[in-house]
Design a protein around this ligand. Structure first.
Ligand SMILES: NC(=O)c1ccc[n+]([C@@H]2O[C@H](COP(=O)([O-])OP(=O)(O)OC[C@H]3O[C@@H](n4cnc5c(N)ncnc54)[C@H](O)[C@@H]3O)[C@@H](O)[C@H]2O)c1
Ligand SMILES: [Zn+2]
Ligand SMILES: [Zn+2]
Length: 332
């Protein structure tokens, strides 16, 4: 079968490899679509994702397809079922798994990071990580359940309420998901911050934002109960903290560099009684994410900008192909 193999730092090749064997507790998935995101750019460049990737490895931690085979201990799935998978595998026996924050697992592994993922025709996943896709959700949309779940996890970490005015800094795929998810969780309004007027005007419609702010022209006012940094730069993290009213909650979602710092007025954190929350991956979020996709409360089709072929991925990750916006790869 065809697979896109990361053979070393910045080395991706389409290779012919055997269809993997299916263990007793696993599902073999015929991959139809696999999304690529910032994590894949990092892995391609030799940086760790939620866990380190050791080449040779097939990436693709965001994927959806059809069950091709089930292991002998697997219940609840059969050949032909439309499925997606949560890539993250938690050990279940470390301190963090035991205290109910499995995303902090000491032994985290992930499909498409530490074991072969969806950027190939067939891949296996533990049955515990596989989810049925609702009939009205196309598999191309279902391939984004993982990034939807990441934003959803961020939202679930704070308390949401109908009085809240929310601000989302960053109009990449994740920022656009945050706008929709915060609305689905009942906040009063969402303001989206980006850097290009035309792009923001289109996104405002696509995600139902109430207002948009172009950060290159306008100052962000300090009037939000919930703020999200979905960029990961020191200046956007600082802006997320500064844009708050009293009692506000800040989600630091964007991934900065490992040695990155930003400056925060700690007196204001005290005075405004701010909550500043980190957010890491997406535990226990797939059921809600699939419900949001199925009910149309989160629409991903308008914000998935490119469908790639397997042999186009290397140029996109390598920066030769400069297309912008969310990419999903057709892997069937
Ligand atoms: N916490 C998690 O579990 C998790 C999961 C997925 C992604 N992420 C991180 O979230 C961030 C966003 O992800 P994405 O896939 O949307 O990335 P992206 O790179 O597609 O989007 C970032 C967007 O921010 C915009 N931007 C840049 N500077 C800005 C500024 N000063 N003001 C306003 N907008 C600005 C860019 O134009 C771009 O549209 C990344 O840092 C990514 O690594 C975190
Ligand atoms: Zn991802
Ligand atoms: Zn664990």
């Amino acid at each position: 079968m065809k697979a896109l193999v990361l053979t070393g730092v910045k080395q991706l090749k389409v290779e012919d490899i055997p269809v993997p064997k299916t263990k007793d507790n696993e599902v073999l998935i015929h991959s139809y679509y696999a999304g690529i995101c910032g994590t894949d750019f990092g892995l391609y460049n030799g940086l760790p994702g939620s866990a380190p990737a050791v080449p040779p490895i097939v990436l693709g931690h965001e994927a959806a397809g059809v069950v091709a085979k089930v292991g002998k201990n697997v219940k609840g799935f059969k050949k032909g079922d439309r499925v997606t998978m949560d890539p993250n595998c938690y050990c279940g026996h470390c301190r963090y798994c035991h205290i109910g924050i499995p995303e902090m697992c000491d032994n985290l592994s992930a499909v498409g990071v530490t074991r072969n993922g969806g950027l190939e025709q067939y891949f296996t996943a533990p049955a515990t990580n596989v989810y049925h896709v609702p009939a009205n959700v196309p598999l191309k949309d279902a391939a984004t359940t993982e990034p939807v779940s990441c934003a959803l996890h961020g939202v679930k970490l704070i308390h949401t309420s109908p009085y809240q005015r929310a601000l989302v800094i960053g109009d990449g795929f994740e920022g656009l998901l945050f706008c929709q998810i915060l609305k689905a969780y009942g906040v009063r309004s969402v303001t989206l911050v980006g850097r290009h007027d035309d792009k923001l005007a289109e996104e405002k419609k696509a995600v139902g934002a109430d207002r948009v702010i172009n950060a290159t022209k306008e100052k962000i006012p300090a009037k939000y109960d919930v703020t999200v940094d979905a960029v990961g730069l020191p200046q956007t993290q600082e802006a997320a903290v500064n844009a708050t009213v009293k009692g506000a909650q800040v989600i630091l979602f964007g991934v900065g560099k490992p040695n990155q710092h930003f400056s925060m007025n700690t007196y204001k954190v005290y005075q405004k009684e701010l909550t500043v929350h980190g957010s890491f991956i997406n535990p226990n979020a797939f059921v809600d994410s699939l419900a949001l996709l199925s009910t149309g409360k989160v629409k991903v089709a308008p914000i998935v900008k490119n469908v790639l072929k397997l042999d186009e991925v290397a140029d996109v990750l390598g920066g030769k192909d400069k297309r912008v916006g969310k990419c999903v790869v057709s892997t069937k």
